[in-house]
Design a protein around this ligand. Structure first.
Ligand code: ATP
Ligand code: MG
Length: 249
């Protein structure tokens, strides 16, 4: 069942056309990653789906409902985490739930603990490092009750080990609750490890130039990183991205 569909979306900023007739969909319970060169329009797509921007043409459907220009229909973690400085960490992660009328502070505390933020529940954002703020924004997005979660490079500010822990943790949560996730990353291995499908985005204007179905069963074990199929998949995505960067030179 299709949960989100983006249909012939176009968007220009001044005279620069960033998206031209872009279409793709995400099924219910599916984990889809978007990979593409910097500046290709990934965050713009997310801002359109999140209703922060209006498309010039095209439509965005959540199930049967048109959500173009409507905020609050999806759970969204922007590339730069925007935490409310006057709220504590616990109050920040509960924000999405609060808006919808029901908070679960105990679940939130457990998630903070698992993400290495135990003891920081009552701290304020200015007391946290960049990576800690990113994890807080990530938990807020996961806790929000909307049917689809958009994550724009949620792990980019983390060191390699923390990043891997967060990936494993995200997979655990995904296995348990099967939320629909649309995920932006620049990291090919991360995309393969986490996703069901990977969309490779070309730039100027952005369009889906290739689509990969990840050939690994779930639950995913870490051993897949050493699998020959994993390397093959990584190689072909790497080639596709390399060709794109040649084209834009
Ligand atoms: N509000 C805006 N006003 C004008 N131009 C914009 C605006 N937002 C984005 N752009 C332009 O649109 C293009 C796509 O930007 P976007 O942030 O979507 O790229 P991205 O794929 O997310 O890049 P990155 O991987 O670096 O995050 C860029 O050329 C950017 O300058
Ligand atoms: Mg971006």
């Amino acid at each position: 069942m299709i949960q989100l569909s983006v249909n012939s979306l176009s968007k220009s900023f001044d005279s620069i056309q960033v998206l031209s007739s872009l279409s793709f969909h995400v099924n219910k319970g599916e984990f889809v990653s978007v990979i593409g060169p910097s500046g290709s329009g990934k965050s713009t797509i997310f801002n359109l789906i999140g209703g922060m921007l209006l498309p010039d043409e095209g439509s965005i459907m959540l199930g049967e409902a048109e959500i173009s220009g409507k905020r609050g229909s999806i759970s969204y973690m922007p590339q730069t985490p925007s935490l409310m400085p006057w709220r504590t960490i616990l109050q920040n992660v509960l924000l999405g739930q609060e808006i919808m009328g029901k908070t679960e502070p105990e679940t939130a505390r457990k998630m903070l603990q698992k993400a290495g933020l135990g003891g920081y529940e009552n701290a304020f954002p200015h007391e946290l490092s960049g990576g800690m703020k990113q994890r807080t924004a990530f938990i807020r997005a996961l806790l929000s009750p909307q049917p689809i979660i958009l994550l724009d490079e949620p792990f980019s500010a983390l060191d390699e080990l923390t990043r891997h822990d967060m990936q494993k943790w995200l997979l655990d949560i995904w296995n348990e609750h099967k939320p629909t996730i649309l995920f932006v990353t620049h990291n090919i291995e991360e995309a393969i490890y986490l996703s069901d499908r990977i969309l490779i985005l070309g730039s100027k204007p952005a369009k889906v130039v290739q689509e990969y179905t990840v050939p690994f069963a779930r639950p995913r074990m870490e051993e897949i990183f050493l699998d020959e199929k994993f390397l093959e998949c990584k190689r072909s995505i790497h080639h596709a991205l390399k060709e794109l960067s040649f084209k834009s030179d």
